[in-house]
Design a protein around this ligand. Structure first.
Ligand SMILES: [Zn+2]
Length: 381
């Protein structure tokens, strides 16, 4: 299904993926309650963990250590970011506020977003680990790096926490790439939610093309004023360099691949980046409690393949993958495995899908994608 150009089956495999990780990120404890509220209504016998819990990430780590993909993985220890490194994306006032909240024992910063004891250290580790993964590429030590991090980051704006995110890990890495000599960086965000924080950080820049494919969730309050709709195209020099692809709820593998072939691939082709960042959330899968999209392992595998081709064509194979959401504790790990299989361009799937047996109807998503394409042609070209 990946017809992202003529190379297709002749593309070589990547060989290895360098994974950056530190178990200190497990110490961010988001608590229990009704979904992500932290509230106990008093009438439930069993309170679930907050969706963004350490279990999900433990499985992401273990499937790469013990799953069939393990021979292709090389492990690297992440390190915490230093405070001044954060100022390349975030305002000093915002960072100082987070430091103070941590000193005072933590609090809820916005809906579902808890900075608890241990959270700040984990956030610094997530940011620093992502920077290490990017440095690895910039130093020429590898081609594909994966920052396996939490807390996630793509909703964190320069001066605002949002959606379980404190520090914008991907945004910090993008800025590091620019500061290290990269001319143009493309960000492809497939988390089911709009990557509003990253978009906001580079909204006025023509050096960063931010593309986000997400469900059509709109704004969700003061911490997330952006709508994620097609008309958020960037401002000033950055006009035309933020492409939102809000896909209809229920979009599955075929719809996503169509969106990649019709919208993502041509945009990247036109932009010509020398670094590509894949912002990866497994919450676009069909079984995620936080999402309403229907990707399966096969869809993630195809997306991985297309992104591999784009990196090969434009950025000398250099690709940074940054972990974001993904809240089904089992299936997220399987979808990560499939994505990396695609990025490695392996000829055959290594792992069968245990739960993908629902029908996929792309009719409506194809119509919407055509409409987005026409809109962008009118506004940007
Ligand atoms: Zn998400």
């Amino acid at each position: 299904m990946a017809d992202a150009g003529a190379e297709g089956a002749s593309s070589s495999t990547v060989g290895q993926i360098d994974v950056f990780w530190h178990e200190g990120m497990l110490k961010h404890d988001t608590g229990n309650g009704v979904f992500d509220t932290g509230m106990d209504p008093g009438f439930l016998e069993v309170l679930e963990k907050h969706p963004e819990n350490s279990d999900r990430v433990k499985n992401l780590v273990s499937i790469l250590k013990r799953g069939p993909i393990s021979p292709y993985i090389s492990w690297h220890l992440g390190t915490p970011a230093k405070i001044p490194e954060l100022f390349s994306f975030h305002t000093p006032e915002y960072i100082n506020e987070l430091v103070e909240v941590d000193k005072e024992g933590g609090k809820q910063l916005c809906g579902g977003t808890f900075l608890n004891p241990g959270s700040w250290d984990a956030a610094l580790l997530a940011a620093g680990t992502t920077l290490s993964a990017m440095k690895h590429l910039l130093n020429g030590d590898g081609k594909v790096s994966y920052a396996l991090v939490r807390p996630p980051g793509h909703h964190a704006q320069p001066s605002l926490a949002d959606g379980y995110c404190f520090l914008n890990n991907a945004g910090l890495a993008v800025q590091l790439a620019l500061d290290s000599g990269c001319k143009k960086v493309a960000v492809i965000d497939i988390d089911v939610h709009y990557g509003n924080g990253t978009a906001e950080g580079f909204y006025r820049s023509n050096k960063v093309l931010t593309i986000s494919l997400h469900m059509n969730h709109g704004s969700w309050g003061p911490s997330h004023p952006q709508s994620g709709s097609v008309d958020e195209l960037g401002e000033g020099e950055g006009y035309g360099f933020n492409l939102n692809i809000p896909l209809p709820n229920g979009t599955g593998d075929k719809g996503y691949v169509h969106a990649f072939n019709e919208l993502v691939v041509p945009s990247i082709q036109k932009f010509g980046p020398d670094m590509i960042v894949l912002v990866l959330g497994q919450d676009s899968n069909a079984f995620d409690p936080n999402g309403r999209q229907c990707l399966t392992m096969e869809g993630y595998r195809e997306i991985g393949r297309i992104v591999h081709l784009l990196a090969k064509r434009h950025s000398a194979g250099r690709l940074l993958i940054v972990q974001e959401g993904g809240y089904h504790v089992t299936y997220s790990a399987y979808c990560l495995h499939a994505t990396l299989e695609g990025i490695l361009n392996l000829p055959m799937p290594l792992l069968a899908d245990p739960i993908a047996f629902y029908l996929d109807d792309e009719t409506f998503s194809v119509q919407v994608i055509e409409a987005i394409k026409n809109y962008q042609k009118d506004k940007v070209c």
